[in-house]
Design a protein around this ligand. Structure first.
Ligand code: SF4
Length: 171
């Protein structure tokens, strides 16, 4: 499959797919997470209070990616993603790599950093050739699954209790 066909997959769905394919399908089909979920509220609180000085909340034109922070540091452009914990560290890293991938497609070379302020952790994220191949592979797989009429099977995972779709899935 030509990966360009997948290029418009939003980072939010790319990220969800890393954790739960069922949730990625729900998001693609417009089934929105419970906005009163307390973990979402913790996320909002972080959104309002952490790194307030730097926060830009920019949506770059041309692709659906909302980036927490964009800043310039020693001549380098830097995007920053802020997470409330390292519980889903792998998916957070891939989300940032996906941002870098999208920007790279537009000939924009950025650096990236993942910050987890409550754990006082920072990670520098890069995108190499192997990552690009892996992202193309992931996009092909995501597109096949989320565009199906029926969702993939759901299963309980450790993230269910903190998931905004919990009530929809398991009530
Ligand atoms: S509650 Fe669990 S199964 Fe349902 S969408 Fe969330 S993570 Fe996936």
């Amino acid at each position: 499959m030509n990966s360009n066909n997948n290029f418009k997959i939003p980072p939010s769905i790319f990220n969800a797919f890393e954790i739960c394919k069922y949730q990625a399908w729900l998001m693609q089909h417009g089934i929105i997470a419970d906005q009163h979920n307390s973990f979402i509220e913790i996320g909002r609180l972080l959104d309002d209070t952490t790194y307030k000085r730097d926060r830009k909340n920019i949506i770059l034109a041309g692709f659906p990616a909302k980036i927490d922070i964009i800043t310039k540091n020693n001549g380098d452009y830097l995007i920053v993603e802020v997470k409330k914990s390292s519980k889903s560290l792998d998916s957070a890293i891939w989300q940032l790599k996906y941002y870098l991938y999208i920007l790279r497609k537009k000939d924009l070379i950025f650096k990236a950093k993942l910050k987890i302020p409550e754990e006082r952790k920072n990670y520098n994220i890069t995108l190499d050739k192997n990552d690009i191949v892996e992202i193309d592979r992931k996009l092909d797989k995501i597109k096949i699954i989320i565009l199906q009429d029926l969702p993939p099977n759901k299963k309980r995972i450790k993230f269910c209790s903190a998931c905004g779709h919990n009530e929809f899935c398991w009530a």
